[in-house]
Design a protein around this ligand. Sequence first.
Ligand SMILES: [Mn+2]
Length: 398
Amino acid sequence: MQQTWRWFGPQDRVRLSDVRQAGATGIVTALHHRRAGDVWGDDEIAQRQREILTGSGGTLKWCVVESLPVSETIKTQGADLQAHLDAYRASLTALARAGIETVCYNFMPVLDWTRTDLNARMGHGGTAMRFDLATFAAFDLFILARPAAPDDYPDALIDTARARFAAMSDADRDALARNIGAGLPGSVDHWTLDTLRAALAPYDRIDAAQLRRNHVDFLSEIVPLAERLGLRLCCHPDDPPFDLLGLPRTMSTAADYAHILDAVDSPAAGMTLCTGSLGARADNDCAQMVRDFGPRIHFLHLRNVTRDSDTVPCSFFEDEHLSGQTDMVAVLAAVLDEEARRREQGRLDADIPMRPDHGQEILSDLGAGTQPGYPAVGRLKGLAELRGVIAGLGGQAT
Ligand SMILES: [Mn+2]
């Protein structure tokens, strides 16, 4: 496995010199200032590569793009679809020219990763991110006031959400709306209540089956080019892996991945296996997914969650990397088996890039103002633990 680290660009308070001390050897980043649908130009890609090389004393390079965002126009097949597909292809072509081979994306409608609390206090004194279903329902029912929301929750949960909402101050309500509307980490796209309502509207006519068709259509349009360019696309799972705000989510389970990867049967169309996202469902077995989808896994996000219950949906928090309900040792053992198979087959991508996906805020992270989920010390701790497990299993983390 190659140890990588997400870096949000020059404004990231975690410096490239910190990344080196953490022991990572590759950088995961994006042109975060670009909006979904923009073309990524050669100059801007080259500038970001130079920043990484210079800032790390020539030791780190940009090895995974996370993410090249898929626009709502593509997900909903709205007006200007062809222009958005052309832009996506142009960006892929420019990335390939720059020598970058792995491109992560996701196909979540409207909302990307979603948490209700970015700084939940843990017993050890640090903080972690949390998704609380009743608090989320309070947002949906009483802040966003989505007309169909009362049909989407059981009565008991609505009662809990009503009480939760009543107990919140105006500042609490604003903070909750901001947390949910935060958009992609580091992204310039943030939702207000009005823009969120407008973005939900096209999904009145898009159910899960239609969204899957749109995803297959998108891949059918870009995968032939990705094959020619030698690129590996990898789809990140839904986070959390269940429907939100009445929107279909269709990359939440092994069956969801099997559907897409079978429909577009190319090594250029693959999976970002995120144990943190998938682990928020009790019916997802992440180690089994590594065995099932191994050859198509192009990128690994290693993180752990602890769920409040085994129901779907459920509340959960982001636990320490080895402490949650996903058996991280079993996942890493399965990944090492897959890498050994690739070496036997002579595959050039035998070292799968992985990164500690999120970390709790501990020690000097507290108050440091880093991106939610992306503190320096908490991730360093996670990476060090993962590296230790890999070594214990007889594997190698490069
Ligand atoms: Mn992830």
